[in-house]
Every structure is written in structure tokens, then in C-alpha cells.
Design a protein around this ligand. Structure first.
Ligand code: HEC
Length: 167
């Protein structure tokens, strides 16, 4: 069975939001999002075809919103918001470029990534203290762990990444 992209979009709209999202992703190379938007605007309003036994139309949107609220506890939400506000480089990339030089081998007594026992006494100091020590340098670790252009925020996320890998 073949039908045009417009028909497919209509069906998608009518059937499910997920389907539309999938289509946006799968068609990304063949058709731009802008084009999709234009098509979507042209075919609005769409008559909703409801299938027996499926949540439909406005009810569907409501069902999705309710499900969202159920899965997002306040703390998860706050974490997600903090993550969304972070605009620095990926912590894993910073680690792989700078920190790995000492924290993979344990050079000069650096706690090794993935070694919970070695990290425990450092983690016990708390994030604020560790962040200060990394910024200014501590023992054999030079200031900013040699990432001289790292922001405090980037260092904090990188420390968090290292801790997460080492507990
Ligand atoms: C030149 C080697 C070296 C590099 C590069 C390095 N570290 Fe370290 N790091 C150390 C050593 C050595 C210690 C242990 C210092 C001590 O406790 O005396 C340490 C300790 C730490 C601690 C624990 C601090 C504390 O207060 O106990 C954190 C967190 C840390 N490093 C993060 C980083 C991050 C993030 C990077 C990369 C941006 C990095 N390190 C790069 C050598 C290094």
C-alpha cells in the first residue's frame, strides 16, 4: 500500500503523537523539519480518526500529560532542569582530554576512575571542598587539573562524572 507523505502525516496525527515523532526522525534526511511544519500547517485542522480501544484526540494529550507528571518526581525534575541549564562541554570529554592523564593510572597518587576505595576519602569531603581543591590544585594535582580553560561549572560536572563512575 502506498500513500503520499501528506496522507501519512494525517494518519500519524490521527493515530498517535509517537508515530509523528518517529516520522519526524525517520524522514529527517529526506524532508526537513521546516517542510514538515509547513505540511502540518497546511493540513490543519485534521479530522481525528479514533480507533476503538485507543485514547484519542484531546484525551490522548491529557493521558500523556498525566503519565509525564507521574514519572517526574520533583527531585528528578529539578535534576533535569539543572542538567538542561548546563551549557558547558560534556564532562566525559573533559575527563578524557585532561583528567585521564593521572586519574586512569593513579599517577602521583591520584584516585583512579572506577576505584571506589580510592575515591571514598575524597568523596567524603563533599563536592564544595573537592571543587575548591580542584580549582586551586591539591597535592600533586595542578590547578584545574590542567584544564586551564575549564569553567568552575565544567569542573564541577566533571568531578560529578568521575564520582558517578567510582562508587
Ligand atoms: C597531573 C595529574 C592530575 C590531573 C591531570 C588531574 N588530577 Fe585530579 N588529582 C590528582 C592527584 C594526585 C590527586 C590527589 C590529591 C591529594 O589528595 O593529595 C587528585 C585528586 C582529585 C580530586 C579529589 C580532590 C579532593 O579534594 O580530595 C578530584 C575531584 C579530582 N582530582 C578531579 C580532577 C579533575 C576533574 C581533573 C581534570 C579536569 C583532574 N582531577 C586532573 C592528579 C591529577
Amino acid at each position: 500500500m502506498t500513500f503520499s507523505i501528506a496522507t501519512y502525516i494525517k494518519r500519524c496525527f490521527a493515530l498517535s503523537v509517537t508515530c509523528f515523532a518517529l516520522m519526524m526522525a525517520s524522514q529527517a534526511s529526506a524532508i526537513t523539519t521546516k517542510q514538515l511544519d509547513e505540511i502540518a500547517q497546511r493540513i490543519e485542522p485534521v479530522g481525528v480518526v479514533c480507533i476503538e480501544g485507543q485514547v484519542c484526540g484531546a484525551e490522548q494529550t491529557k493521558a500523556i500529560t498525566v503519565a509525564d507528571n507521574k514519572t517526574s518526581t520533583p527531585s528528578v525534575k529539578a535534576e533535569a532542569e539543572a542538567e538542561a541549564a548546563y551549557s558547558g562541554r560534556a564532562p566525559q570529554n573533559i575527563y578524557n582530554r585532561y583528567c585521564i592523564a593521572c586519574h586512569a593510572s593513579g599517577a602521583a597518587g591520584a584516585p583512579r576512575l572506577g576505584n571506589a576505595k580510592e575515591w571514598q576519602p575524597h568523596i567524603a569531603k563533599g563536592m564544595d571542598t573537592m571543587l575548591k581543591n580542584v580549582i586551586h590544585g591539591i597535592g600533586a594535582m595542578p590547578p584545574k587539573g590542567i584544564c586551564s580553560d575549564c569553567t568552575d561549572e565544567e569542573l564541577k560536572h566533571t568531578i560529578q562524572y568521575m564520582i558517578n563512575q567510582s562508587q
